[in-house]
Design a protein around this ligand. Structure first.
Ligand SMILES: [Mn+2]
Length: 211
């Protein structure tokens, strides 16, 4: 494998009419998977904390199952502040092929058959001002990817969420840092790609694999 193909989205906010919604997600995934990606990443806020109800939780589970079962792709994701704030997460099941941090800290996630290491953190409260990302491991080899639901230097958000800085993210040596939380698509750094995917955007990215 000379490059790993990622499809990345974030901030779906199921339940609110202000988001592009489930139909958008299915169509955008269908379009993006025509180019044979290896793995799907979701960077948090599947559910809207104010509007999501039980049916939206079921929609989120069905979407994740669609990715792993119909599209036959592994999914790596983190929870965002809206997911936590919805109160619905205790009823979200573990699904085969869906990978996320299991605890409260930074975790390394490896997916069978995918030559990458994902460094991922769940948001655990809303807001989540923990100064945790200073402990993101620094690497010297290709194939490491950050998945974070974060603010960067307080830009574009008033809601403290796993704060970090661009300088710090760049210093980790990752092949990409895929961010959720800010709804406008913002590229903070082109190469390696660091930025917010944004709401209603399906990002396609190729990254070098582990040696
Ligand atoms: Mn958020």
């Amino acid at each position: 494998m000379t490059a790993v193909r990622l499809v990345v989205f974030a901030d779906l906010h199921l339940g609110t009419k202000k988001a592009p919604g489930l139909r958008w997600a299915y169509e955008a995934l269908s379009e993006a998977t025509r180019r044979s990606p290896d793995v799907v990443v979701f960077a948090g806020d599947l559910l809207d904390k104010k509007k999501a109800v039980e049916a939206d939780l079921a929609d989120g589970v069905a979407l994740f199952r669609h990715i792993t079962e119909d599209l036959n792709l592994p999914l790596v994701h983190v929870w965002g502040n809206h997911d936590v704030g919805s109160g619905l997460l205790p009823r979200f099941p573990d699904l085969p092929g869906v990978h996320r941090p299991s605890g409260e800290g930074i975790e390394e996630i490896r997916v069978p058959g995918i030559p990458l290491v994902f460094h991922a953190v769940n948001v655990i409260r809303d807001p989540d001002p923990r100064d945790l990302l200073e402990n993101l491991p620094r690497v010297e080899e290709p194939g490491h990817i950050g998945i974070l639901h974060s603010e960067v230097e307080g830009q574009y958000t008033k809601n403290p969420c796993l704060p970090t800085t661009l300088e710090h993210l760049l210093s980790r040596g990752y092949g990409a840092c895929l961010l959720g939380h800010v709804h406008t698509p913002v590229v903070l750094n082109e190469d390696p790609w660091i930025g917010w995917v944004g709401m209603g955007k399906m990002l396609e990215l190729q990254v070098p694999p582990l040696p």
